[in-house]
Write a protein that binds this ligand. Sequence first.
Ligand code: ADP
Ligand code: MG
Length: 625
Amino acid sequence: MRKFFAELTKKQKKMLLRIVVSVLLTLLLTVVLNIIPLNEYVSLILFLIPYLVIGYDVLLKAARNIVGGSIFDEKFLMTIATAGAFFTGDYREACAVMIFYQLGELFENIAVGRTRKSIAAIMDIRPDYANVIRDGEEQRVSPDEVFINDIIVIKPGERVPLDGVVLEGISSLNTAALTGEALPVDIVEGDSVISGAININGVIKVRVTSDYSGSTVSKILELVENASDKKARVEGFVSRFAKYYTPVVVILAVLLALVPPLILHSGWGEWIHRALIFLVVSCPCALVVSVPLTFFCGIGCASREGILVKGSNYLELLSKVTTVVFDKTGTLTKGVFEVEAIHPEESKYDLFELAAIAESKSNHPIALSIVRAYGKKGKEPDKSRLGTVEEIAGKGIKAEIDGEDVFVGNGALMELSGARFHECHKTGTILHVSVSGRYLGHIVINDEIKPESSKAVSELARDNIKTVMLTGDKKDRAEEIGKELGINEVYSDLLPQDKVVKVEELIADPASTIAFVGDGINDAPALMRSDVGIAMGALGSDAAVEASDVVLMNDNPLALPLAVVIARRTMRIVKENIVFALAVKVLILVLGAIGVAGMWVAVFGDVGVLIIAVLNALRAFKVKH
Ligand code: ADP
Ligand code: MG
């Protein structure tokens, strides 16, 4: 409780004080007037004191808004409702309505403020400074004063301020705030580090590879901060609804105050009183506040798990996903290929060496793995022998080495090269190599399935989501993996453009919502074309972050079913709030019109519903695994 007060802002404390004072004054007046009945005008003036204490700012704002032309503003409605209550002699009710209105506003203000703060705290990845080496000396500067190729020093406990490559030192990094992954990552010389991670133990020297505005941290923060700009369809519905709801209820209130007394020739007081109830209930604030707040909490909850959702609309779509389309390499598999066998057909050439040189400039997972495997033998590909290189997406590499045309890739590439090749009896991904149209043999490589893939696929199946795998790899390997994981449909031998065509075929079914999950390496078109493009393990890959709607920061496929769970839960809470708020309001309107519900019930319909809806919205912030 003490903590609750300590965290209130000055403004919030002042409002709390005003609420307490006016509650006490109202109670005191009620008791006193019960004992000593006073003249009507005297009690009116006395009740005006707590009323003005609590409501003066509402009255002022309402007046200002009328001048500005917005009459259906809630401040104005509260003013009319309470002024009307004074007019019909319900002084106590007038004070109560104003008190509860302010209490609701205060509560909303605190809840929204704290949620925003805690999301900022969860995404507390903003670095404060960088230790840059200038003129041989270490200087502490702001991260945006560091440039590409500057050398920075990061000490234990410090946050990595900019993306870069380790020049010296070994350490482990805690990337939990970025990826939701609790295990530290070990880094050595040559590894890249991403900004926002925390250096745990060693001192490392890092060469900066991007300036602050282009760094991972800036991009993530920008994403999260802009996420609420992209509205979900249901948010659009709520704000459209609010636009009509208030005027309609106000018109009904006017009719209720005028028509029955004219027809029934009864007294005006009772009907005006009922009309005032309408005015109190006419504010759609429970919806207008709680729906965006729920999305905000849902997005915050996802970020804490290393899932960046670029907008409420994508959270909404994610909750409706019927089919998840996986790209195989790097998504379901590790994307790190081990060399299983080398089958040369000509002794004159070193197959492995040529492949390593040809692949040395590519960042395709196969290329990185070949170069890495070659490096394990203590050698480095001699790039000076390499001329022009052409990467043929979905097929392989065409490179000029020692002036000759070398092709490294799959069967389709061999056909392109004109070399007569043959398949291998081993299963795996086969890299054929040819030189100037002569077939040299092949390298058998294999990519391990990620340990979590199978569970991720079965969790999606449990949630009634169909799984599809697309790959440029050969049929037998693709089907083997598909079977092992329990994927519903497998399509192999696809070029990147074929993947887009497949996604388009799937989207064509109006009953389905398609999510495509890829690593962003040559599948950006499919990411963009799908209903929800999900980039996996996208930390550091700008193209993937750019092209996708949802970014899974670590490369654990289990983040996918988790994202769906969070999205569905968020949507459920949104719907609960809409149904609850509308049902209560309609009920109170009906009961108010027939004279069963009084002003107090109306106040509950307004403030009580708001508070309950906001509390419910906050539940979206927590997820059970
Ligand atoms: P995936 O669909 O599994 O992500 P890609 O579309 O990137 O695969 O590539 C499809 C196939 O093309 C690979 O299985 C491989 O045979 C060949 N290939 C693509 N890029 C390369 C490369 N850089 N070197 C060798 N082969 C490649
Ligand atoms: Mg790929």
